[in-house]
Ligand binder design. Structure first.
Ligand code: PMP
Length: 391
C-alpha cells in the first residue's frame, strides 16, 4: 500500500546508522534467565526487580481471580467497571504509601498523563527535571500550563525556576524519584524544602523506586523520611510489583478530583480481575517477604562493584539500574548484540531515550539472580567489551 514512503525513508536512515532495532521476543517466562532464539541467556533488561512476575503467590491470586470473576470487566471504572477488588487495591496502596487515598490507572504512563493533564490549567506552571520520563513530558504537553525545565537534579536551577514563576496560581515541581536511564535518585529532601519555601506542590514518579527503596519498598518519599510532605506520589504496578498498571497516592481531594477529571481513568476500561488480585497479593508480598528487597540490594552492590572494578563507566547510579555508558549509538547496540551472542540480554539504549553521545547498555539486576549468574554476566561483559575495544 502506498502512503508511508516518508516513514520508510526515516526507517532506512536508521538502518544505515545502525540504530534500527527489532523487538526481541522471549520464548519463556520472565526471570533471571530467559530463552531467546532457543537459547537460555541471563536477563539483565527487565524491570522485574523482585521477581514478582512469576511469584507463586501472584500466580495463584491471578488464577483464582480468573476462576471467580472471569477474564475482563466490560466497562470503564466510572460506569460499570469498578469491582470491590479495585477499591481494595487502592486502599492497600494508600496505606502502603502512607497517604489518604490512591487511584489506579491502566499504566504508569497513563497515570502521569492523566494526573498532569487534569490538575493544571493556563493559570499554572509546571517545573520539570530535564531527564524526566517520557510519560511526564507527554502529560505536560497535554496541559495549557506554562512550562519550565530545570537542569537534571540541579536544585540551584530549580530555585531559579521557582523565583521566575511567582505569578502563577499553582507551581508544580515534578521529578522522577529514580531516573530510569541513569539509576540516580532525585534530591528529594532539597526539592521538598524549596517547595515549602516557595509554596509549590511536589509530584514524584516513583516507578523505579516502589518495591526498591524505603521501608518494604514504599519509595523515595519514605526512603528520605518525607512522608506527608510530598503532594503527589505516582507509582507503577508493572515493574517491582510485577504485573501491570499505575497509581497515584495523594489526598482524598486529589483522588476525588481525578475520578471526575482523569481522562485515561474516565475513558479506558478497568483492569481485569487477574491483574488487580495479583497486584493486591504483590503488596502483601512486599510487606511479608522483605528478604526479597534485601536480596535485590545485595545483588545490586555485587554487580555494580564488579562492573566498576572492570573499568566500565557506570555514571551516577545509586540503585539496581546500572548503565554501562558506551557513548556511540551504533557501538552500544553492537555491544548489546555481542552480549546476547555470549549469553547476556542487556539492551542498548540510544537517542532519543538518552542524550546523543550518551548511548549505553542498561543493566538491571533483580532479587532472582544468583551470584553465579551475575559473575558469569560480568565475565561476558568483560569479554565482549574487550573485543569491541570498549574496555
Ligand atoms: N515512569 C517512569 C519513570 C518509567 O520508567 C516508566 C516505565 N518505563 C513509566 C513511568 C511508565 O510505567 P508503565 O510501564 O507502568 O506504563
Amino acid at each position: 500500500m502506498k502512503g508511508f514512503e516518508y516513514l520508510q525513508r526515516e526507517l532506512d536512515e536508521m538502518k544505515e546508522q545502525g540504530t534500527f532495532r527489532k523487538l526481541v521476543p522471549l520464548e519463556s517466562e520472565q526471570g533471571s534467565k530467559v530463552v531467546i532464539n532457543g537459547k537460555e541467556v541471563i536477563q539483565l533488561s527487565s524491570n522485574n526487580y523482585l521477581g514478582l512476575t512469576s511469584h507463586p503467590r501472584l500466580r495463584q491470586a491471578a488464577l483464582s481471580a480468573v476462576e471467580k470473576y472471569g477474564a475482563g470487566t466490560g466497562s470503564v471504572r466510572t460506569i460499570a467497571g469498578t469491582l470491590t477488588m479495585h477499591e481494595e487495591l487502592e486502599k492497600k496502596l494508600a496505606e502502603f504509601k502512607h497517604t489518604e487515598a490512591a487511584l489506579v490507572f491502566q499504566s504508569g504512563f497513563t497515570t502521569n498523563q492523566g494526573v498532569l493533564s487534569a490538575i493544571l490549567t493556563d493559570k499554572d506552571v509546571v517545573i520539570s527535571d530535564a531527564l524526566n520520563h517520557a510519560s511526564i513530558i507527554d502529560g505536560i504537553r497535554l496541559t495549557k500550563a506554562a512550562r519550565k525545565v530545570y537542569k537534571h537534579a540541579d536544585t540551584k536551577d530549580l530555585e531559579r525556576a521557582l523565583k521566575e514563576s511567582a505569578d502563577y496560581r499553582v507551581r508544580l515541581i515534578v521529578t522522577d524519584g529514580v531516573f530510569s536511564m541513569d539509576g540516580n535518585i532525585a534530591p528529594l529532601p532539597e526539592i521538598v524544602e524549596l517547595a515549602e519555601k516557595y509554596d509549590a506542590l511536589v509530584m514524584v514518579d516513583d516507578a523505579h523506586a516502589s518495591g526498591v527503596l524505603g521501608e518494604n519498598g514504599r519509595g523515595t518519599v519514605n526512603h528520605f523520611g518525607l512522608d506527608g510532605r510530598v503532594h503527589i506520589q505516582v507509582g507503577t504496578l508493572s515493574k517491582a510489583i510485577g504485573v501491570l498498571g499505575g497509581y497515584v497516592a495523594s489526598t482524598r481531594t486529589l483522588i476525588d478530583y481525578l475520578i471526575h477529571k482523569g481522562r485515561p481513568f474516565l475513558f479506558s476500561t478497568s483492569h481485569p480481575p487477574a491483574v488487580t488480585e495479583a497486584c493486591i497479593e504483590a503488596i502483601n508480598v512486599l510487606i511479608e517477604e522483605p528478604e526479597l528487597i534485601e536480596k535485590l540490594w545485595e545483588n545490586t552492590r555485587f554487580f555494580k562493584k564488579g562492573l566498576e572494578e572492570l573499568g566500565f563507566q557506570t555514571g551516577t547510579s545509586e540503585t539496581p539500574i546500572t548503565p554501562v555508558i558506551v557513548g556511540d549509538e551504533a557501538l552500544s547496540h553492537k555491544f548489546s548484540d555481542r552480549l546476547l551472542e555470549y549469553g547476556v540480554f542487556a539492551q542498548g539504549i540510544a537517542f532519543p531515550t538518552v542524550a546523543k553521545g550518551m548511548a549505553r547498555v542498561r543493566t538491571i539486576v533483580t532479587a532472582q539472580h544468583s551470584k553465579e549468574e551475575l559473575q558469569e554476566a560480568l565475565t561476558i561483559f568483560e569479554k565482549a567489551a574487550k573485543e569491541l575495544s570498549i574496555l
